[in-house]
Ligand binder design. Structure first.
Ligand SMILES: *Cc1c(COP(=O)(O)O)cnc(C)c1O
Length: 501
């Protein structure tokens, strides 16, 4: 299963295509270019036939875990099956080939779809208005925090603190810090929900807002959400909701009704766009009426039957994306919402919740569930007891790969030791949930009888344990035999072995 690099497959003189001999006399390119634009030597590229390249990349693609090939119960980052109709529609030339600088009269169809998507998101969330610009959940957070800052600035007051519960997603404190806010942590109570006493203590005149994830990263719905938002509104602070977990709430509860002032949705999660590997996303931000004036520009507005771009508004926080966000992702989400309809969306969330609770019940006899009361679409188990065998949650996650399942989120949320966060989503049938539960139970038995087997997993994949931090911090992209000046600062002989990254 080990796949060599293309450079290792290179054969001198081999070519993908050869053009017929030209009858036109040739000119040396170097004679036509400025001397400092000419390389001293030709770049060392692999020399291959088309066939070598196709086999190589096809084989690499088959090593992937994906939602189309495997159960992918990744907690916090909804990975559901994405119906192919979404891609078919987004690929229609009328959507895929428009250019953002075409005149409005040429792009009325796309503008109508974007406008309709905003209206549907408004209906789903109960917010007053949306921007579709942000390209990811985290960018939506940044946009929302800029709106909160602009709100307080306009009231000419200095509010420098954002309160964030310890059950919030990790991007929340990161986004607040990036937006130059001080982050003050709010504790969770023994039930895994925001500790209201601690919250009351931390609400001071300095607080610009509260940023919470609901359902939180334990998969729990904040039952006192109306009290929480009212407490912040008493001092004219705003409440930001990280809506990436909206897969639990479609047609069940609306953030707008909870007193939320700003939220982002992760269309690439809840509304079914293929994502992962850093692929394109969309993190639309919804706001209340009082905050609409701060939304990024341009916005799509309707005048009668026509749609146009609105490009100026005094209070806007400005542009957060070139043109108008990742339109392909937006079209996919619009198709998903239309094809399910309001009944279908409600059913999707209900089944997501039932699937999570079924899996929780199947696993609870073997693994302690952290905060087991009423999880929504995901739940967290703790593998703390495996520490006595010298095993960690990571070891169990790696062993699951051998069983043909993508691993759940590991070591998160931080408030649960040796956490595995499991989100099955609504698209999985009962048989798959059962197979996964049986694999987990089998691994628990192995941990008793053969802990080495678990510690050294995975056994069946081409790559074993990789040093992810080293791969990110010291990427070695140099090809064998290149001189140090040729595109890399790495020293000779440091190309990673295939089992280390
Ligand atoms: C995924 C996720 C985010 C970040 O979204 P990106 O699109 O990855 O930037 C934020 N909050 C929660 C709860 C998430 O699950």
């Amino acid at each position: 299963m080990s796949e060599p690099l293309l450079f290792e497959r290179s054969v001198t003189g081999r070519r993908g295509y050869r053009l017929p001999e030209s009858k036109v006399p040739g000119v040396d390119a170097a004679a036509l270019l400025r001397a400092d634009h000419v390389r001293p030597a030709a770049p060392r590229l692999p020399e291959l036939a088309e066939f070598d390249v196709v086999r190589h990349f096809t084989r690499l693609s088959q090593l992937n875990f994906s939602v189309d090939t495997h159960f992918y119960p990744l907690g916090s980052c909804t990975m559901k099956y994405n119906p192919k109709i979404n891609d078919r529609v987004a690929a229609l030339p009328g959507f895929a080939s428009v250019h953002p600088l075409q005149p409005e009269s040429h792009t009325q169809g796309t503008l109508a779809v974007l406008h309709e998507l905003e209206e549907r998101l408004i209906a789903i969330t109960g917010m007053h208005a949306f921007t579709l610009q942000p390209a990811a959940g985290a960018q939506g957070e940044l946009t929302g925090l800029k709106i909160i800052a602009a709100y307080h600035q306009r009231k000419r007051r200095n509010r420098s603190t954002i309160l964030i519960p310890d059950s919030a997603h990790g991007t929340n404190p990161a986004s607040a810090a990036l937006s130059h806010f001080q982050v003050v942590q709010v504790a969770s109570g023994p039930d895994g929900l925001i500790d209201l006493k601690d919250l009351r203590r931390k609400i001071t005149k300095d607080v610009a807002g509260l940023m919470l994830t609901n359902p939180n990263t334990l998969g729990l719905f904040e039952r006192e959400i109306r009290t929480i938002t009212a407490l912040l509104h008493e001092i004219d602070a705003l409440v930001y909701m990280d809506g990436a977990n909206m897969n639990a709430l479609l047609g069940v509860a609306r953030p707008g009704d909870m007193g939320i002032d700003v939220l982002q949705l992760n269309l690439h999660k809840t509304f079914s766009t293929p994502h992962g590997g850093g692929g394109p996303g969309a993190g639309p931000v919804g706001v209340t009426k009082a905050l609409e004036t701060f939304l990024p520009l341009p916005r799509v507005v309707r005048s009668g039957k026509r749609f146009r771009w609105q490009s100026s508004a005094k209070a806007s926080v400005g542009r957060v994306h070139g043109f108008y966000g990742n339109v392909g992702v937006l079209v996919r989400a619009a198709v998903y919402i239309r094809s399910l309809g309001s009944d279908g969306l409600r059913r999707a969330s209900r089944v997501a919740i039932i699937n999570a609770n079924y899996l929780k019940a199947r696993l609870a006899g073997t693994f302690p569930v952290a905060y087991p009361q009423h999880p929504m679409h995901e739940f967290v188990i703790t593998l703390k007891s495996l520490r006595s065998k010298g095993l960690s949650a990571m070891d169990v996650a790696k062993r699951l790969l051998d069983y043909g399942f993508y691993a759940p989120t590991v070591s998160f949320p931080l408030i649960v030791p040796e956490a595995l966060m499991i989100e099955p989503t609504e698209t999985e049938p009962k048989e798959i949930l059962d197979e996964f539960a049986e694999a987990m139970i089998a691994i628990a038995k192995e941990a008793e009888t053969d802990p080495e087997m678990v510690r050294r997993a995975p056994h069946r994949l081409p790559v074993r344990r990789i040093d992810e931090v080293k791969a990110a911090r010291e990427p070695d992209l140099r090809w064998p035999g290149a001189s140090p000046t040729e595109g890399s600062r790495q020293t000779e002989g440091s190309r990673p072995r295939s089992d280390t990254g």
